[in-house]
Structure formats: structure tokens, C-alpha cells
Design a protein around this ligand. Sequence first.
Ligand SMILES: Nc1nc2c(c(=O)[nH]1)N[C@H]1C(S)=C(S)[C@@H](COP(=O)(O)OP(=O)(O)OC[C@H]3O[C@@H](n4cnc5c(=O)[nH]c(N)nc54)[C@H](O)[C@@H]3O)O[C@H]1N2
Ligand SMILES: Nc1nc2c(c(=O)[nH]1)N[C@H]1C(S)=C(S)[C@@H](COP(=O)(O)OP(=O)(O)OC[C@H]3O[C@@H](n4cnc5c(=O)[nH]c(N)nc54)[C@H](O)[C@@H]3O)O[C@H]1N2
Ligand SMILES: [Mo]
Length: 790
Amino acid sequence: MENSDWFLIAGSNCAENHPIAMKYVLRAQAKGAKVIVVDPRFTRTASKADLFAQIRPGTDIAYLGAIINYILQNNLYNKDYLLNFTNATCKIKPEYSFKDGLFTGFDSAKKSYDNSSWGYVLDESNQPVKAEFLEEDGTVFSILKKHYSRYTLEMAAAVTGIPAATIKQIADTMAKGGTGSILYALGMTQKTTASQGIRCYGIIQFLLGNIGKAGGGVNALRGEPNVQASSDMANLSDIMPGYIPTPIDADTTTAAYGKRNGAFNQKHLISILKAWFGDKATAENDYCYNYLPRRQTGKDTRYISMLEDMVRGQFKLLLNVAINPLVSIPNNQVVAAALAKLEMMVNVDIFQTETANFWNAPGVKPEDIKTEVIMLPAAYLYEKAGSMTNSSRWIQWKTAAVNPEGETLPDLDILDLLFKKVRELYAGSSNPKDAPILNAVWDYGHEPDPEKVLQEINGYNMKTGKLNATLGEYLAAPVGEVSSGCWIYAGVFGNGNLAKRRGTKDPSGLGMFHDWSYAWPANIRILYNRASCNAQGQPVDEKRKLIWWDAFKGQWGGNDIPDVIDRTKGPDTPEGKPAFRMNAERMGRLFLAPFANRPVGAEIPTAVSAMLPDGPLPEHFEPVESPTGNVLHPNTSANPCAPVREVLKGKQDIGTSDKYPYVLTTYGGGTEQFCSGSLTRNLPWLNELRPETFVEMGAALAKKLDIKYGEIVEVYSARGSIKIKALVTERIQPLKINGKEVHTLGIPFGWGHIGIATGPGANALTHGAGDPAAGTPEYKATQVNVRKVK
Ligand SMILES: Nc1nc2c(c(=O)[nH]1)N[C@H]1C(S)=C(S)[C@@H](COP(=O)(O)OP(=O)(O)OC[C@H]3O[C@@H](n4cnc5c(=O)[nH]c(N)nc54)[C@H](O)[C@@H]3O)O[C@H]1N2
Ligand SMILES: Nc1nc2c(c(=O)[nH]1)N[C@H]1C(S)=C(S)[C@@H](COP(=O)(O)OP(=O)(O)OC[C@H]3O[C@@H](n4cnc5c(=O)[nH]c(N)nc54)[C@H](O)[C@@H]3O)O[C@H]1N2
Ligand SMILES: [Mo]
């Protein structure tokens, strides 16, 4: 970050939530970098901005689309970069079109797309046909240009509330200001257009040639302390460790899985099975593949849907580890109803939480609740060893500082005890459904050793019995002869526990620090760094030289680990040219065309590119609850693929702006509070700083409603209502949206009925519709109304 010439911080309040990241932003700013902040509120981050724009929540794609259009119309794009590294000149099938908010292939009954018409035109060897010029008919580039021609500065201003001149200023700063970085977090992800919004960031940075460079990129600032590793290790239901797709019902064998997902993913899946079932996983039994649960096609298996299935009575037991859903999940009536349907809930937590205590929440009669609740007390951060992975993919080891207190145990020990006990209960069973539990490799020791877990994740070469020394060695080994619990981590334990390294050498001065811990994959510090070079393999930026092709030595080298397929292959070879080698087409994807790299006659493709379910290009959709219609396509106002939530009759309604005129945005509690509040509302020192919660509202609205600072008001949505103190502020100004005045309110979500400091949380008001790809709920933009409590 310190290498950046500009920052677009849009959807992140890093001054409060990522103060360490903010330190590098400020260091870059001191060296002349320009900081742009786009936020519905004037935050602490905004207070450091060179340029601040106040936006209506949930509308970023409108102004980002206008920036894409501005870059294209004014020839501000990096032509060499587009030609060398992206799919800009690839031809898309003539059947593809976009009309009235819908791409071709939409099925309105299923709310989903058949994406076959979005594909590339292929040549006889099944590769995308490329045009000679960017602007040729049918190229990705010309489709992009046409799609975003509707996104004028004026249209974007009317939708977002940001003045057209400010949007132009943002675009000019980004396009003419050198190499810059986009930082984001929840302000972009908690929406029904989340993934497509981040795609806008990708498209802009491709157009400007800013990915793969020191100081460039699209940078997600991750949330919970170790959430990067949680996602790496498949905390989500649709991915397995290392971001490989979870098998679905149609994938009856590993070969069938490979046919759909490519040989690359098939290998990693088999490596996981080898890690989990060891010698029991053989080629003859398809590596115990039938031990894996498979997802039902079309079934949403993500967290909110799981809670809804709980309401439907489909679960008996919930093992609730380190999460407080009664506070953090939208529309908490659904959560309460779900927990009440369980026979048993086991809470593994440090504190008594709202969730564990749901049976005794205000308004609930304990005698009505049949759920048995058990608490297993967990040890905290500094009481246990393990690795944590940061937003830069650095896997960093830590040791325990003190012993766990009282009867508390580290989570690993708790899960280890549970597993061993369960296995004891299954002993001797011949029921096939019990085989995975009986046959799993579980060898972390009597008192489980977290280093043994990292070794399993790193994986072994089964022939030599040695740990995989490097990622390269793992990739070169034949399928079935290597194990790895998460292939992207292969190499972290190659020569001892590299996550423990604390070397501070940085010879290039670019912040590479290769001897500090280990960055996945392969200790590469800047992903896609091949794109920092030109076609000849030489750095395009003398100040920020990352890697280069050394023709004399016949290999790639430089200041970072070269992110190329083969370091001995020249810049113009199929192995030395592509910068975005993880995509099946090995190009940066401005347009998401479904593509499987399938050599002619082969049954199993080598790789398959990932897709988003809701379109090949980002499009502006209004939030599911919105103060206005969609000016681009009134008949398709909200994202047509957004899930509908309807398990609890009358309690999951979607409100309209005539009854609920104000936009509500929600967020964490600022520096002094953490997430659902368990860790901070139980600490007297922090409670002094944050004794109670509030609704932020602009002075103009407060005046209109005759509400004074500190008065109690009722905020209500189509789903629920809370009474809360008004914090009247100039930080939120009214916006002019499509000719109408629109007011935004803000409420922190992390409050509840347990702890030293208690109060109402925002998730009594929110709804569970979310991003079709990620499932993240639209916490950041719902509609509410406010009245004074007399
Ligand atoms: N002290 C502290 N640190 C934390 C946390 C904490 O609770 N306390 N939580 C951690 C976790 S789990 C996470 S995920 C991160 C969260 O870190 P952030 O993403 O920074 O968290 P938020 O404050 O929820 O949202 C960021 C900003 O997005 C703005 N925003 C809302 N809607 C929109 C929109 O439509 N467009 C744009 N451009 N901006 C919008 C909000 O006003 C807010 O200022 O922080 C982590 N760090
Ligand atoms: N309306 C609205 N809702 C939101 C958000 C928003 O912006 N708006 N943000 C969302 C986001 S980004 C997030 S990440 C979630 C967070 O939601 P949660 O994950 O539910 O919130 P936390 O407070 O982090 O809860 C974690 C629990 O883990 C416990 N814990 C901490 N450390 C350990 C440990 O080492 N072991 C065990 N066993 N327990 C531990 C804590 O005591 C706490 O009870 O909230 C989401 N909800
Ligand atoms: Mo988070």
C-alpha cells in the first residue's frame, strides 16, 4: 500500500476497523498519494481524504459504471495491458445480448441464468477466437463499451447522489494519477450486488493496467482476526479448502467431478481426500470420494438458508462455535425461531452470548423453549498457539502467551475431544454412513498439536513420506501420490514451520519481506506480478520493479517470486506470457464467459473458469428495499437473482418506500467495539468509551422530524422495531436522488441483551436477501421509518 499513488477507499472505514492498514495509507499520502473516500457517512477515514464523496447506500455500481464509461470514452485505458493480459479482444457468441436489465438466458421462475449464450466464439482447438483490434464487432471490449455507454456522469449522479463533477474528478485521479489501489470491505460486500460491485473494481484496474503491480490491485481488507484463513479452509458451503468447488449430486465420481471442474481441481480434491483418509484412500476406491457429502443442485446451503431449514425443523443439533448469530444475522426473529426448534445447541464461546441465552431474551418465556443449551468454555487468542492468515495472505504463527484459564480449552482441543468421543461411540459399526468417521486420519496427538494440523494442511508426498517441500513439488507430483489439506498452503511447512519466520530484510524497498512468515501461494507477495512487465518480460515501471525475464540466464527472477507457470520459459511462450494463469483461459476477465480449457478429444478439461450467477458484466440494480425505482430499467429494479426469504409468514416482508422512506445502513461499533459485542461489551474500560448505542441521523432530517440529540426514537422496518437514542450529526447530509430528497440513517449492529453494556441491535430491522454469489446479506441498505417516542 505504501507504494500507491492513489487510493479509492470505497466501502471501508479503515481508520476505525483496520488501523494498521490505514497507517500505510497515511504513509503513502505523506509521500504525495491522493486518497479518495466514498461513503454514505463522513467517517474518520473520510476525515483524512483528499476527496470525499457521500453516496446513497447500495448504489456504487452506478458511479463505478460511469468511471468505466469515462475511461473508455476518453481513451484513458492501458491498451498494451489489455492486449497482453486480458480477454478484451476475445469474441463473444453473437447470441449474447442485454436488454431491460436482463442478460440472455434468464429463467424468471428459477430466478437464475442459463449462461451458455455468454460464451466465447471458439476456434478448432477449443480456444477463444481473438480479434486483431479491440473495437472489432463482438469483442469483449466493444461489448463493454456499449454496455457502459448508458452510464453517463449525470445518470450516475442522479442515482448515487454524488455530484457529476465529483465523479469525473474521481475518474481523473484514478486514470491519470499513476499506479493506485482500491481498498474495500463491507460497504461493498453487504449488498445484493456485492460480487458484481467488486467486479467493477477488477474491470477498472484491468483497464488502467493496475493489477499485478506494487501499489496496485483490488484489496479486500479482511474482517475477523483470522477470516482469511477461514475462507482459505472452506468456511463456506460451496467451496472446499483451497477454493475448489464443493461436489454436487451430479458429481458421482472424482472423474465426474473433474469433468465439471477440471483436472486441476480434481487433483486438489484427491489430495484433500488423501489428507483426510490417508492410506484408506486408494485409486481402487476412488480415494474414498463417496465419504464426501455432495450438495443438492439448486439448493442454497449457506448460513441463512441453513437457519431457515432449522426453522423448518430439519436440524436437531447445532454446534455453534465462535459466532453469535442472534446479534449478527439479519432479521433476528428468524434466528430465534430457528434456535427454538433445536433439541440441543452446544455453544463454544468465551462469554455467555445472546445466542446462548436466547431462551431468556426479553419477550421470551423460558418455559416455552425446549432446546437444551450447553456451554463449552473456550480459551482466548493469547491462550493458544496456531497460525493466522492476514489480508496479504501471510500465514503467521503465534505461540500461546499464557495458559488457558480455569476449565477453558483451545478450540482445537475441544473439537479433538469431541471427535475422539464420537469415534468411540461409532466403534465397531458396519453401517457405511459411519465409515468416514471411523476411517478418518486423526493423529494430532493426545493433546493435539497445532503444528501437526499445519503439517497436514501443507501435505505429504506419499512415496517418500516427506512433507511437500514447495508448492512446485506438490504440483509436479502425480495425482494420488500427494496429500494436502489445502493446496494453496503447500510449502508453508516445507523446510520447518515457515509461518514462524520473522526476517525483516526488504532489499527492494518495496515491502516484499520474503523472510517474514510465508505468503500463499509459493511465498509470492504480489499476485499476478507477471502483469508488471511488458510483452518482452521487462518491468514497465522503473520505480517499482517486481520481476523480469533474464534472457542471459534464461529465467524469470527479480524482487518478488515470479508468478509465472514455468520460470524457465520466456515471456512470449504459453508458460511465460499469461499473467492471470489461474483462469482457464489464462487471461484477465473483463467479461465473464463460461469457459473450460478442453484439449480436442479430451473428456476432462484441464481447468474451468469460475462464474458469477447473475451476469457476465456488473449492472446497477437498486437494493431490494430502495427509496427509488431503477432509472436504467424500471421493470428490473432489483437484482433479479437475489434470493427471496419466506420461511416465517409475515415476518420477512420487504418494505416499500412510501411506508419506510429512509435508507438504513448498519456497521460495526467503531474502534471501541467489536462485531457482535461479546468481546467488547463485557469489558468495563471499553464500555466507558461506548456505554450505549445510537441511531445516527442527519441534522436536516432531525429538524424535519423535530428530534433532538439524545432523544429516544423508534426506528422500524417491515420486519421489526427498536427504541434507540438519536445521535444528530452533520456527518450525514440529505442527497438528491432522481429529483427527490433522500435521508440516510446509520445504526451499529453489535448490541443485544447480554453483557455489561446492553442495548438494541440493528438486526431486528434488516432482511436476509443477499448477494446471489456470496450469500452476504444486504445489511448496508434497507428501508426504515422513524418516529419520536413521546
Ligand atoms: N474496532 C473494530 N475493528 C473491526 C471490527 C469491529 O467490529 N471493530 N470488525 C472487523 C470485521 S469482522 C470486519 S468485516 C471489518 C469491517 O470493516 P469495514 O468494512 O470498514 O466496516 P463497516 O463500518 O461495516 O463498513 C465500512 C464503511 O462502508 C460504508 N458503507 C455503507 N454502505 C455503503 C455503500 O453502499 N457504498 C460505500 N461506498 N460505502 C458504504 C459505511 O458507512 C462504513 O463507513 O472490520 C474488522 N475490524
Ligand atoms: N447489521 C449488520 N450485521 C452484521 C454486520 C454488519 O455490518 N451489519 N457485519 C457482519 C460481519 S462482517 C461479521 S464478521 C459478523 C460477526 O458476527 P459474529 O461472528 O457473530 O460476531 P463476533 O462478535 O465476532 O462473535 C464471535 C463470538 O466468538 C467468540 N469468540 C471470540 N474468540 C473466540 C475463540 O477463540 N474461540 C471461541 N470458541 N469463541 C471465540 C466471541 O466471544 C463471540 O461471542 O457480523 C455480521 N453482521
Ligand atoms: Mo466481518
